[in-house]
Design a protein around this ligand. Structure first.
Ligand code: ZN
Length: 349
């Protein structure tokens, strides 16, 4: 099968479009999906660079890509939720369903949690084999969901939903600050925040992205290159600060995130694109009653919830650009330059 692979770790230059052996035939409880589109996430850049701990498998060539959508090609024994020819979305988080956290319904806390395209062969290939519990039939929408939209949906929507709704418990009437609105998680977080009735302040270094974010529902936009975000946020909230800060930038924004947070506020983080090491004065944490919340992906109930929202016409993904498989590296380069607003998608032949 044709696939976008890493031939080694060491960055985007190590990507190649080659023929590799087909994804394995589905075993019991598994399905093999013929991929129609795969979407990029910042994670894919980290995987290309080589994650510490080397999740990426020492098995090169390694098929990249966490997000994908396609048509069920074959089902293994015991599969009842889908059948061949079903059009499906793929939840890229694979859990063992047996550990104490899975039994409690918290699949993204699984002790054996693995992601497609990081720990397991990914979606940027003609075929991928996954547990049947990780696929769901795509909803019928009008206009119909495109393959690019379907591929762009799962990772960021699941991640942002758990961050805002489950972890930070953002409520109607509250204010959230969201950094870097061009990113997929940030943009989805903004739309979820609007869905729950919150006021949203978003940032970007790019005025064109801020204008687009305003069109998509942002209440206040701040250019973090030309404006002092903490001072602006304090002014906008009568020196009170925001109820929730959505972090995925890390080192570059952390201090300002805390300056923007109200007493008793919640900071929820799912990433550290600018670096993972930050300074934290514990006296400020306890004195201000802050909650610092980590979050990764989401559980099966949250995935069912976001797919249900999609079926209602909510949270339809924003696709930035679509590339043919042969130009997958161009998609990576646009992501690395941070030029996108929404999702970058690669379509399979
Ligand atoms: Zn588990």
């Amino acid at each position: 099968m044709r696939a976008c692979v890493l031939t080694a770790t060491g960055g985007i230059d190590k990507l190649a479009i080659i023929d590799v052996p087909d994804a394995s035939a589905p075993g019991a409880g598994e399905v093999r999906v013929r991929i129609r589109a795969a979407a990029l996430n910042h994670l894919d850049l980290f995987v290309a660079d080589g994650l510490p701990g080397g999740g990426t498998a020492e098995r090169f060539p390694f098929v990249v890509g966490a997000d994908g959508a396609g048509v069920v090609e074959t089902v293994g024994p015991g599969v009842t939720n889908v059948q061949p020819a079903d059009r499906v979305l793929i939840n890229p988080g694979i859990s063992d369903c047996t550990c104490e956290f899975c039994r409690a319904g918290e699949h993204s806390l699984c002790v054996n949690y693995r992601l497609l395209g990081e720990h397991l062969p990914g979606t940027m290939a003609e075929l991928v084999t996954v547990p049947a519990q990780n696929v769901v039939r795509g909803p019928n929408l009008s206009p119909a969901l495109t393959w690019a939209e379907a591929a762009a949906f799962s990772l960021v929507t699941l991640t942002a939903w758990r961050m805002l709704v489950t972890r930070a418990q953002l409520k109607a009437g509250e204010t959230a600050l969201i950094w870097g609105i061009g990113g997929g998680v940030s943009l989805t977080a903004m739309r979820i925040a609007k869905l729950v009735g919150a006021r949203v302040i978003v940032t970007s270094s790019d005025d064109a992205k801020l204008a687009a974010a305003k069109q998509l529902g942002a209440d206040v936009t701040l250019n973090h290159r030309t404006q002092q975000v903490a001072a602006e946020v304090r002014a906008l909230t009568n020196k009170r600060g925001v109820d929730v800060v959505v972090e995925n930038v890390g080192a570059a924004t952390w201090d300002d995130s805390l300056r923007c947070l109200r007493r008793g506020g919640r900071l929820v983080t799912c990433g550290a694109t600018s670096g993972p090491q930050v300074h934290l004065d514990l006296r400020r944490v306890f004195w201000h009653h802050w909650s610092i919340l980590g979050s990764t992906m989401g559980n099966a109930a949250e995935y069912a919830e976001v797919v249900g929202r999609l079926a209602k016409g909510e949270l339809r993904p924003v696709v930035d650009r679509v590339y043919p498989l042969d130009h997958a590296r161009d998609a990576y380069e646009r992501l690395a330059r941070g030029e996108q607003l929404g999702k970058l998608v690669v379509e399979l032949p």
